[in-house]
Design a protein around this ligand. Structure first.
Ligand code: UTP
Length: 303
C-alpha cells in the first residue's frame, strides 16, 4: 500500500466538491433542499465531506452549486444572530461548534448553471484550480472518519505525480450501476492498480472487472483538456468517466482499491446504512443506540 503523506506536507491543497445535481433518486426530500444537505444524524452530508478534506490537509475547497443550493452556502457561513442567541443562553459548546464550522477551510462556490453532468461540473472548476493537482470528492459520497482513502490517494500523487481514482469491488451483477475499470497490477504496491480502460455502466457480461469507480479522485490539471474534448453522452451529460478514459491514453492513471466505510447517501438504502453505522460509532450516542438496535433486532425477530 502506498504510504499516506503526513497531513500538512502534501502539495495537493485544493478540493472540488460537485453538489449541483438534482438528486432525483431522493425525491421528494430533494425537491426544495439539496441532497447534500440531507442530515446524517445531526450534520448535513456535505459537512462530512468537507471534514474529510480538511483531515487530509486540504485548505481550499470549491463547492459546485446550482439552483436551490443557497442553504449549502449558509451552512458554512457565519450566522451572527444564531451566535448571539447561543452566547446569551450560555450554550458555549454549540457556539464553538457553529463558529468552527465557518472557519474549517477556505470555502468557495461557483454555480454550474445547468446540471449537464459530473464531468461538466468538474470542468466548471477550471479557473479556480488553475495549474494545480486537485481532489474531486462527490458531495453525496461520505466516508467514515477512520477512512484513509483520500490520504492514500494523495500519497499516490506525491510519489508518482499522476491521477488516481478510488475503486471498490462490487458483486458483478451490480456493476452496471457504476463506472468500471480494467485494471493491471502495479508490481511494488498491492493496493494499487494501473487503469487500462474505463467503461461507464457496463452490462455484467461485458464488464472488464468487478472494480467500480467511487466518489474520490485526485487529478493532474491535464483532466481539464480531456473534459473539453468529451462529447455529451446520454441525456446530454458530460461524463467524468469519459474524460478519465481520454486522460489514461496520455498519462498513467491509477486505481486505489479500498473496501470499507463508504456510503452513497443519494441511494436510500446506503443513506440508512450510513445513519446506523455512523451513529453506532458516536461517543455521545453509540452505547444507547447499540442497545436499542440489539433490542429491536430481537423484538422483530430479525437475523
Ligand atoms: P449523481 O448522479 O449521484 O447526482 O452525481 P444526481 O444527478 O444529483 O442524482 P440523481 O441520479 O438525480 O438522484 C454525483 C454528484 O455529482 C453532482 C451531484 O450533486 C452529486 O453530488 N453533480 C451531478 C453535479 O454537481 N452536477 C451534475 O450535473 C451532476
Amino acid at each position: 500500500m502506498t504510504p499516506a503523506t503526513p497531513p500538512g506536507t502534501s502539495t495537493v491543497k485544493k478540493a472540488v466538491i460537485p453538489a449541483a445535481g438534482l438528486g432525483t433518486r431522493f425525491l421528494p426530500a430533494t425537491k426544495a433542499q439539496p441532497k447534500e444537505m440531507l442530515p446524517i444524524i445531526d450534520r448535513p452530508a456535505i459537512q462530512y465531506v468537507v471534514e474529510e478534506a480538511v483531515r487530509a490537509g486540504i485548505d481550499d475547497i470549491l463547492i459546485i452549486t446550482g439552483r436551490g443550493k443557497r442553504s449549502l452556502e449558509d451552512h458554512f457561513d457565519r450566522n451572527f444572530e444564531l451566535e448571539y442567541f447561543l452566547a446569551q443562553k450560555g450554550k458555549d459548546d454549540d457556539l464553538t461548534e457553529i463558529r468552527d464550522l465557518a472557519e474549517m477551510a477556505d470555502i468557495h462556490y461557483v454555480r454550474q448553471g445547468e446540471p449537464l453532468g459530473l464531468g461538466h461540473a468538474v470542468g466548471v472548476a477550471r479557473k479556480h484550480v488553475g495549474d494545480n493537482p486537485f481532489v474531486v470528492m462527490l458531495g453525496d459520497d461520505i466516508m467514515d472518519e477512520q477512512s484513509t482513502v483520500l490520504d492514500g490517494m494523495i500519497g499516490v500523487y506525491e510519489q508518482r505525480g499522476r491521477s488516481s481514482v478510488a475503486l471498490k469491488e462490487f458483486p458483478i451483477e451490480e456493476i452496471s450501476s457504476y463506472g468500471c475499470a480494467r485494471p493491471e497490477p502495479v508490481d511494488d504496491d498491492d493496493g494499487l492498480v494501473r487503469i487500462l480502460d474505463l467503461v461507464e455502466k457496463p452490462r455484467p457480461e461485458v464488464a472488464p472487472s468487478n472494480l467500480a469507480v467511487m466518489g474520490r479522485y485526485v487529478f493532474t490539471p491535464a483532466i481539464f483538456d480531456c473534459l473539453d474534448r468529451v462529447a455529451p453522452g446520454v441525456g446530454g451529460e458530460i461524463q467524468l468517466t469519459d474524460a478519465i478514459a481520454l486522460l489514461l491514453a496520455e498519462e498513467d492513471v491509477y486505481g486505489y482499491v479500498f473496501d470499507e466505510g463508504r456510503y452513497d447517501i443519494g441511494q436510500k438504502l446506503d443513506y440508512l446504512r450510513a445513519t446506523v453505522e455512523l451513529a453506532v460509532d458516536r461517543d455521545d450516542l453509540g452505547a444507547e443506540f447499540r442497545a436499542f438496535l440489539a433490542e429491536f433486532v430481537q423484538r422483530r425477530g430479525i437475523g
